[in-house]
Every structure is written in structure tokens, then in C-alpha cells.
Design a protein around this ligand. Structure first.
Ligand SMILES: Cc1cc2nc3c(=O)[nH]c(=O)nc-3n(C[C@H](O)[C@H](O)[C@H](O)COP(=O)(O)O)c2cc1C
Length: 312
């Protein structure tokens, strides 16, 4: 068997392989070290960190649905000072790229965190969580291309690190949002955050979460997320980290063929803690079996449709 090149290229950010945890689903990786050596991942992605400490939402925070998971975690965070002091030293020793996810309620929250993190060594990129459905202004920035562009441009102005904008699927035209991020200077987009969803307890006759709605993830929404990646690939031209519903190498390959240069796995980690390693192995096997030499050959390959409508 030949040696396949699984390097993932996200603009100026190059990853040893295309598989990473989705923000908020892997902690710092410390609890998982014996099951998954962090250095084997393409990148480590942190839980979103906010400027000030935040407790997150009251419980319950998780609710299982048919083939999916609703969450209302609500971005609990130690705040940027404690994050830099207590978590970053361990995170930067991961032996792989480190993507720090940041969240805020105002553009200046993002810029203050980004500026602070830019002074720290060992960070590979910043992911802007612009799309959490579980906090009051969570979907504010990702629902309006103007606001989204303002935050991305503001962060771009204070950091030399690659900036990844995490987009919401809860919009009419996600490609328009990706273009807004691109024009504002984002290096890549993550697509997508969770879908706004709801579960109701028929005994209490109330929503299961005190806040009402939550964010839906898992295989239930995979085809919707795949279509979002497909639309962004056709309508914008910046690298995409695809996610939502990936639980196997086959799922990951579908996202890559739809246009993702890398993939993230969240809910799947809760079901099978070794899933990320299995997906990396499965992508390699598929490439070897198909005679493909580099991951890049597969990115967006499904768009080479024959006949009218083909874009390449
Ligand atoms: C329990 C939980 C916590 C999450 N926390 C965050 C977060 O802090 N920041 C963020 O950008 N996304 C967060 N997400 C969304 C994931 O990063 C990701 O977009 C989504 O879960 C990927 O789909 P998958 O779980 O089906 O793989 C969270 C998701 C879950 C399930």
C-alpha cells in the first residue's frame, strides 16, 4: 500500500490530518488521554471561552432525541483569565494544532479575547462561536451578514492568527454568511453549529430545558449539515470545517466530498470515545483503496456533476 497524504489545508493553517473534536464536546482532552492520544488528532478545539466567568444554563442540559442530542449547555466558561492561567498550559502541550474557540455578546468581547490570546504562544487559530443557539444573543451575529462581517473584521484587526468563523444553520442562505465572513477576512468557516430544536415533557407539559429550545446535533441532522457545506462550497471560496452528525469515516468522507477540507466530531464522541481515531483510520483506508494520494483530491469532488449546473 502506498503512503497517503492526509494533510488538511485550511488556508494558512495546515493540519496533520482532517479530524478534530467539535468545540464543547471534548473538554481539554485531559480526561480522554488514555483513550485518545491528543497528538493523533488533526487539531484540538477547546470549549468556547468567554471574557468573564459564566456558569452556563441550569440543568437539565442534555436530552436524547431520535438519532440526535439536544443540548442547552449555554457556554459555561472559566473566563479568559482563568483559561489562560489554568487550561492553556496543558492545552498547548497537546502535540497537535490548538484551535481556541471564543464566544461573546458584543464585538468587543471577541476582540478583547482575541487580542489576549494572540499574546500567548502555542495557539494555532481562533474559532469564533458566532452561532450558539443556547444563549440570549447567541444567534445575533450569525443571522445577519452585516453583523457577522463586523465581528470577523474586528477580530481580524487585532490578531495575526488564522480566524475561523463558526456559522449557524438557522439561516435562509448560509452561503451568504460564508461570503460575509470571507470578505471580512476570515481564513475559514466551521459549518455548522447546532440546529435550534425543542423537546417537551408531556408529564410537566413544559419544555425539557428551563430555557425552552436547545441545539440539536447528531446523525439526525447530518443530511441538513451536509447540504449546508455543499451550499458554502458552491457559493463562497474559503476552506470549510464540516460538522454535525459525523459518527463514521463514511460520514466524514461525505462532508469532504461535499467541500469540507477538515471535519469535526462532537456527539459521536459521547457514543464511541474512540470514534475520531477510527475516522482518521477509515479515511486513510478509503484513500489507499481508491488510489488517492492526497486528501485535497477529494475536497469538493462531489461537485463535479456531469451536465448542466456543474461548477467545475
Ligand atoms: C454538549 C455540547 C456542547 C457544545 N458546546 C459548544 C461550544 O461551547 N461552542 C461551540 O461553538 N459549539 C458547541 N457545541 C456545538 C458543537 O461544537 C458542534 O457544532 C456540533 O455539536 C457538531 O455536531 P455533532 O455533535 O453532531 O458532531 C456543543 C455541542 C454539544 C453537543
Amino acid at each position: 500500500m502506498g503512503v497517503v497524504d492526509v494533510t488538511a489545508n485550511l488556508g494558512s493553517l495546515s493540519l496533520k490530518n482532517p479530524v478534530m473534536p467539535a468545540s464543547g464536546t471534548f473538554g481539554c482532552g485531559s480526561e480522554m488521554d488514555e483513550i485518545i492520544p491528543r497528538s493523533e488528532l488533526g487539531a484540538l478545539v477547546t470549549k468556547s471561552v468567554t471574557l468573564e466567568p459564566k456558569p452556563g444554563n441550569p440543568g437539565p442540559r442534555l436530552f436524547e432525541t431520535a438519532c440526535g442530542l439536544l443540548n442547552s449547555v449555554g457556554l459555561p466558561s472559566p473566563g479568559i483569565d482563568a483559561f489562560v492561567r489554568d487550561e492553556l498550559p496543558f492545552l498547548r502541550e497537546a502535540g497537535t494544532a490548538l484551535i481556541v474557540s471564543i464566544a461573546g455578546e458584543r464585538a468587543c468581547d471577541y476582540t478583547r479575547i482575541a487580542a489576549r490570546l494572540s499574546e500567548e504562544p502555542g495557539i494555532s487559530a481562533l474559532e469564533l462561536d458566532l452561532s450558539c443557539p443556547n444563549v440570549d444573543r447567541g444567534l445575533w451575529f450569525s443571522s445577519d451578514p452585516g453583523l457577522l462581517g463586523e465581528v470577523v473584521a474586528a477580530v481580524r484587526g487585532v490578531t495575526a492568527l488564522p480566524v475561523i468563523a463558526k456559522l449557524s444553520p438557522n439561516v435562509a442562505d448560509i452561503a451568504q454568511m460564508a461570503r460575509a465572513a470571507q470578505e471580512a477576512g476570515a481564513d475559514a468557516v466551521s459549518a455548522v453549529n447546532t440546529f435550534s430544536g425543542l423537546a417537551i415533557d408531556i408529564r410537566s407539559r413544559m419544555p425539557v430545558f428551563p430555557r425552552g429550545p436547545g441545539g440539536l446535533s447528531g446523525p439526525a441532522v447530518k443530511p441538513l449539515a451536509l447540504k449546508a457545506v455543499w451550499d458554502i462550497f458552491r457559493g463562497a471560496s474559503l476552506p470549510i470545517i464540516g460538522m454535525e452528525g459525523i459518527v463514521s469515516a463514511r460520514d466524514a468522507l461525505e462532508f469532504i466530498l461535499a467541500g469540507a477540507s477538515a471535519v469535526a466530531i462532537g456527539t459521536g464522541n459521547f457514543v464511541n470515545p474512540r470514534v475520531m481515531l477510527e475516522v482518521i483510520g477509515g479515511i486513510r483506508e478509503y484513500m489507499e483503496g481508491s488510489g488517492l494520494e492526497s486528501l485535497g483530491q477529494m475536497v469538493g469532488a462531489a461537485h463535479r456533476l456531469p451536465g448542466p449546473g456543474a461548477n467545475s
